[in-house]
Design a protein around this ligand. Structure first.
Ligand SMILES: Cc1cc2nc3c(=O)[nH]c(=O)nc-3n(C[C@H](O)[C@H](O)[C@H](O)COP(=O)(O)OP(=O)(O)OC[C@H]3O[C@@H](n4cnc5c(N)ncnc54)[C@H](O)[C@@H]3O)c2cc1C
Length: 398
């Protein structure tokens, strides 16, 4: 990749930096909140307002077309903006599933009416989205999903259940995959719906995680009626539409999580500078220095691999191996950063999150526990390895 920026791109970088300097919210406590990669319930309202500000300033949805509320810019500007967000330790985007997945999929497959109606409200955070893919018997093997949508006049009646649905408790809409034809091969009888979560018959039940937060949910559908106008990309074409969403998920992971990773490693280095072990600063310990340096190198390699993916996108090609390996390497690096934070804290690592005596209020304990889910969410590590083995290395199917 050519890293030399044009004068327009330099000016764009300067405008993002200046805006961040002037607008970073004072109440955003860098040390306590900034390196948590997932929005926490007590920050929802704050993050809603932050995303609204980003939207009004034109720093979100950079690659989206202007009539969809975006800026019509390239992935180069997106990368520049993300780098500046990382440097400033900016708060995360609350409507991450809408911005990263629902919006781009609607722009790709939506009717003119759908493209006008949904994307701008996704960017402004007026409407939050969740992803209704996984079910009790369909996770890695998504095509075995059983939620049924049966034709009823000019719409469908949906019955079934989703599980692990992040943010469903605050979501206005769901990207819903449901089976519309049980008599054809599994991948062919699925339809992608844009479900209004306030429709009668939708019940959301929170599931508590190891962190103590209930960030995801079970969602039940009891005779939920969805009109034809809420089908995205055609009846029984849901597999293709759903895979497009997953492709955008990988892209969003590549961009967004890289920023959170950079913030986490920078915070880890700050933590190491403040901690003492056996009478000397942790950063003086040669073994610890090696471990931290390796994680910094891994973070930097991931950023450069992301830049290679951007080069392909700018050339009009789709990222291949870069996108497949990104999630895997991100997970490993992020989990190692969290584990090293626990090692640095030593016995203090055993104090609960929120405890008065805990270092930085125990935020590292929280993020360490939360990071265990990274190798499951968005496709497990084993499934990522299968994809790399089969599609990148050309090995036979296991
Ligand atoms: C924090 C979090 C948030 C989530 N948010 C959402 C969300 O918003 N929306 C949503 O739809 N889903 C969400 N999920 C669900 C997630 O996508 C699934 O958990 C994931 O796809 C795995 O599916 P499963 O849990 O059914 O496990 P399974 O698919 O049953 O897998 C169980 C184990 O078997 C392994 N395995 C399965 N198949 C193979 C294979 N072919 N080869 C090798 N090993 C295999 C897996 O790697 C795993 O270790 C979330 C999950 C988490 C943890």
């Amino acid at each position: 990749m050519d890293f030399t920026l044009t004068s327009e791109q330099e000016a764009f970088r300067a405008s993002v930096r200046a805006w961040l300097q002037a607008n970073m919210p004072k109440e955003w406590d860098r040390r306590v909140m900034a390196h948590s990669d997932v929005p926490r319930p007590d920050a929802y309202e704050f993050l809603r307002q932050w995303q609204r500000k980003l939207y009004e300033a034109g720093f979100i949805g950079l690659t989206w077309p202007t009539d969809a509320g975006g800026r019509g810019l390239t992935f180069m500007e997106e990368m520049i903006a993300q780098q500046e967000m990382a440097l400033a330790k900016a708060p995360p985007v609350l409507n991450i599933l809408g911005v990263g997945m629902a919006g781009p999929t609607i722009i790709a497959y939506g009717t003119e009416e759908q493209k006008r109606r949904y994307p701008p409200k996704i960017l402004s955070c007026e409407e939050i989205w969740c992803q209704g893919y996984s079910e009790p018997n369909a996770g890695s093997d998504l095509a075995s999903l059983q939620t049924r949508a049966v034709r009823d006049g000019d719409g469908f009646i949906v019955n079934g259940q989703k599980v692990w649905t992040s943010l469903a408790h605050i979501a206005d809409y769901m990207m819903l995959l449901a089976r519309t034809d049980p008599d054809v091969p599994r991948h062919k009888g699925i339809t992608y719906f844009l479900l209004d979560m306030k429709t009668p018959g939708v019940t959301v039940k929170p599931l508590r995680q190891i962190t103590g937060d209930a960030e995801f949910n079970e969602v039940f559908f009891d005779n939920v009626r969805i009109p034809d106008s809420q089908v995205l990309g055609g009846v029984n074409n849901g597999w293709a539409v759903g895979l497009t969403t997953l492709m955008y998920e990988r892209l969003a992971l590549g961009f967004g999580l890289q920023v959170r990773l950079r913030i986490a490693i920078d915070n880890l280095i700050e933590l190491a500078r403040r901690m003492e072990k056996e009478g000397r600063q942790v950063t003086q310990d040669p073994v610890m220095r090696q471990k931290i340096a390796q994680l910094w190198i891994d973070t930097e390699s991931l950023r450069l691999t992301g830049a290679r993916a951007v080069t392909k996108l700018l050339r009009g090609e789709l990222p291949g191996a870069e996108a497949s390996t990104g999630k895997l390497v991100w997970v490993e690096t992020h989990q190692k950063i969290q584990e090293l934070a626990m090692e640095l804290e030593g016995p203090y690592a055993q104090l609960a999150h929120g405890s008065e005596r805990a270092i930085e209020s125990g935020v590292w304990q929280y993020t360490f526990l939360r990071s265990r889910a990274n190798s499951i969410e968005g496709g497990t590590t084993e499934i990522q390895k299968n994809i790399i083995a089969e599609r990148v290395l050309g090995l036979p199917k296991g």
